[in-house]
Design a protein around this ligand. Structure first.
Ligand code: ATP
Ligand code: MG
Length: 324
């Protein structure tokens, strides 16, 4: 059985809209106006247990809505969802004990209490056996290096410190499925890296299934074997990162360091000159021509160093969305 199966999922929000001004308010009292916002439109996918999948898409694409449906916080408008064989929106205890949803922009920690209090509360909620709780907690605390802060009021913690504690709170019951909605938002580069390492570790160690959304392409590229690109509520791509790059970029980048002076004109017929700053030159060439151009360069010029690279991933993604 797959860990997650989604079939033709639709989620439309009914949003109440008021006309502006006082008379608008009065009118709205008499006749309520509802607006339908289709946030997720007919999406289907399957995720096997142990997969680490990245969800990417621009603001308002439907990522959070999908995760909320998967974790049972939202009732789908139509379609079927099965997570570990459960219907999420029934929110059965057996289901809740096996999943966790972490939202970078929302917190489950109690603001006025130290994180430790929330950890203890979760122990009760999830009925985590004492020994297991202690072992897991000690492990998490040491990996995330938060020994010094778990007894400080949450409101006094930095964003990164809080995020680490959020993660601990979410993992104490050792969920089999982890939904991470922008877990690295607002974190510095070092902390992002640490968190990524941690997520990967958790995935490997427990064969846990992880779905993660992020606006940082680095997160997704480094962590996820598979990505699902979503925009305006529809899936645009589902597959490996490299395939996305191949499919949506017609170009490769060749950067060359020349040994001797070269004339700009001589390079023009090889590709688009993106950068001409001798001895370094950067050329944009058609994907299928990359190898032959490289050969030509080596043959006709004295080349000190050369690299063929894929375009910047942020550019690739921009390209995908601009087409949709
Ligand atoms: N509670 C709500 N009521 C009405 N509309 C909503 C609600 N929550 C989200 N929406 C709308 O649904 C659409 C999808 O929102 P969602 O939060 O799923 O996007 P997202 O992909 O998570 O975006 P972001 O990258 O900004 O987090 C948006 O148009 C949003 O305005
Ligand atoms: Mg979101």
């Amino acid at each position: 059985m797959s860990a997650i199966t989604v079939n033709h999922l639709n989620k439309t929000y009914k949003s109440y809209r008021k006309d502006p001004g006082f008379f608008g308010s009065v009118r709205s009292l008499v006749k309520r106006k509802y607006e339908n916002i289709p946030a997720v439109k007919d999406i289907s996918f399957t995720i096997e247990s142990g997969e680490l999948v990245g969800f990417i898409g621009p603001n308002g694409a439907g990522k959070t809505t999908t995760l909320k449906c998967l974790s049972g916080l939202l009732f789908p408008t139509s379609g079927e969802i099965s997570v570990l064989g459960f219907k999420p929106f029934e929110r059965k205890n057996e289901f809740l004990k096996q999943i966790s949803l972490v939202m970078g922009q929302k917190n489950q920690l109690w603001w006025d209490l130290p994180p430790m209090e929330t950890f203890l509360l979760n122990k009760e909620i999830y009925q985590i056996p004492k020994n297991h709780f202690k072992k897991t907690l000690d492990e998490l605390i040491s990996i995330l290096e938060v020994e010094d802060i778990i007894n400080i009021q949450v409101r006094k913690l930095s964003l990164g410190q809080r995020m680490k504690c959020e993660l601990i709170a979410a993992l104490l019951h050792s969920p089999k499925i982890l939904f991470l909605d922008e877990p690295t938002i607002g974190l510095d580069v070092v902390m992002q890296k640490k968190l990524r390492g941690f997520v990967r570790e958790y995935n490997k160690k427990f064969n846990a299934t992880v779905i993660l959304t992020s606006h940082y392409m680095e997160d997704v590229r480094q962590l996820c074997d598979r990505i699902i690109v979503i925009d305006h509520g529809s899936i645009l791509f589902d597959g490996k990162f490299d395939e996305l790059v191949k499919k949506h970029t017609q170009q490769k980048i060749i950067s060359v360091i020349f040994e001797k002076e070269v004339l700009r004109e001589k390079l023009l017929k090889l590709g688009i000159i993106k950068d001409f700053d001798l001895p370094k030159v950067v050329l944009l060439v058609k994907r299928e021509n990359a190898n032959s151009v490289a050969e030509k360069l080596l043959k006709d010029f004295s080349v000190l160093d050369m690299n063929i690279e894929e375009p910047d991933i942020e550019d690739v993604i921009r390209n995908v969305f601009s087409k949709s």
